[in-house]
Design a protein around this ligand. Structure first.
Ligand code: SF4
Length: 437
């Protein structure tokens, strides 16, 4: 008998992909800890004998990263450095039969709704009473709050509904309990996530209730900032804008992937909106909440995106001046409805177009940042790096947006504290300032 397997199990969880996967890994680890199991997240010590990889299956690059991570750990298992290797998450949900055939050295593959099964093979029981409790991996002063799973939208390019299923909202009461638990553990900023945030409630309450949810979450003591990610343009609930404007705890910030602006492309993408409707929605945003930071995501190189249609997109980005913007090159995903179309834009052209949009946005971001010089902002400090304490304003989400840098030799702030900062200098994506009382 191999004594190695008798060793007390130590589990290392590796998370790939988006904030929703971070959330799911946190739930998994919360369950393992509650079962008195030793668990770490992306441990560098390499002393865990069991590895669980929570994969991403969204687009080509993400899939490649997931497969490479599985292969690395499979080699470590082959070399006897780990006993067991389990794979879960979106890639596993989407390609299980292929993965089982091509990478057989994984003990078991699980789907995105198989948490109880995964816990079972890890020797743990699924504890229902833990609802809303997790082992968070973000800095302890902010946390993601997944308010719904899955998506009912038909976007032609998107494989997410194939991996995450239909839209399923989490009841308001349960989310409030979760927020209270997080606040008790020091969380001050809640980042609300879903595949489609603005669809919240339509399934369980038969009406959109994101605004109501914001009202209830803002009553939770200790929570100071509530941030919205992954809104959807079509059927956007206006009462959410009123809540952003009137509720001090809701950040003047919204992340709303718009993907494109050309009517033919939007139609082919099955986004249910148009050029004019999108422009009108953004006008409403800026009229109802004038100083709201708007983040968006675009796709370039989608089937049929001629040079002319791309120029229309560029001109619109120039005119709209988004506060924050990310761009993806179109990934031709099997089993999506767009897969029947020609992937007619060469990869090289897709890359050039993505660079052109980001060059434009880098310049816009620089211009917008200059307007912040001389102004005072409430900043939440996330970390110390080199000579600086680094934080964010309410207009900046972690990992994707601007940061505020304050010289550490001039002042002292604790991570997770708020402080007022006057901006003295700004570059493309970072602001430099000093703390003022
Ligand atoms: S709303 Fe988002 S997650 Fe849903 S299908 Fe469209 S792109 Fe995919």
């Amino acid at each position: 008998m191999r004594t190695k397997t008798l060793k007390k199990n130590k589990i290392n969880v590796i998370t790939l992909g988006c904030s929703k996967n971070v959330y799911d890994s946190e739930v998994l680890m919360g369950q393992l800890v509650a079962n008195k199991m030793e668990v770490e997240h992306e441990s560098e010590k390499d002393d865990a004998n069991i590895v669980v990889i929570n994969t991403c299956g969204f687009i080509d690059n993400a899939k490649e990263e997931s497969i490479n991570t599985i292969l690395v750990q499979a080699e470590r298992k082959e070399a006897g450095m780990i006993d067991k290797l389990y794979v879960t998450g979106c890639l596993s949900e989407r390609y299980k039969p292929d993965l089982e055939r091509d990478i057989p050295n994984v003990d078991q593959y699980f789907g995105t709704t198989d948490l109880p099964k995964l816990l079972k093979v890890l020797g743990a029981d699924y504890k229902h009473e833990l609802l809303g409790e997790r082992l968070t991996i973000t800095p302890k002063h902010y946390s993601y709050l997944k308010i719904a799973e899955g998506c009912d939208r038909p976007c032609s390019f998107c494989a997410i509904p194939l991996m995450r299923g239909k839209h399923k909202s989490t009841p308001i009461e349960q989310l409030v309990i979760e927020a209270e638990n997080l606040a008790k553990n020091g969380v001050k900023e809640l980042i609300l996530i879903a595949q489609d945030l603005t669809y919240y409630g339509l399934d369980i309450y038969k009406k959109r209730r994101l605004a109501d949810l914001l009202t209830e979450l803002s009553k939770v003591e200790g929570i100071e900032w509530i941030r919205l990610h992954y809104a959807f343009p079509t059927g956007f609930p206006q009462d959410v804008l009123d809540e952003i404007r009137d509720n001090d705890k809701v950040c003047n910030y919204i992340d709303i992937p718009l993907q494109h602006i050309n009517d033919d492309i939007l139609k082919s993408m099955k986004r249910g909106t148009s050029h004019d409707k999108t422009v009108a929605l953004l006008k409403d945003f800026r009229t109802i909440v004038p100083n709201m930071a708007i983040r968006t995501t675009l796709i370039v190189g989608y089937s049929g995106e001629t040079e002319e249609k791309f120029q229309e997109l560029k001109n619109w980005v120039q005119d709209t001046k988004f506060d924050r913007l990310g761009v993806f090159t179109y990934s031709h995903e099997e089993n999506t409805s767009a897969y029947d179309l020609d992937d007619d834009v060469p990869e090289k052209v897709k890359k050039v177009r993505a660079e052109e949009i980001m060059d434009l946005q880098t310049h816009i971001s620089w211009e917008l940042n200059q307007e912040k010089v001389g102004k005072i902002y409430k900043v939440l400090f996330d970390r110390k790096e080199g000579d600086y304490f680094i934080g964010r304003t309410e207009f900046d989400s972690p990992d994707v947006d601007n940061e505020v840098l304050v010289k550490a030799k001039d002042t002292y702030v604790r991570m997770g504290d708020f402080a007022n900062v006057i901006i003295e200098k700004a570059d493309h994506f970072d602001l430099y300032g000093v703390v003022v009382d």
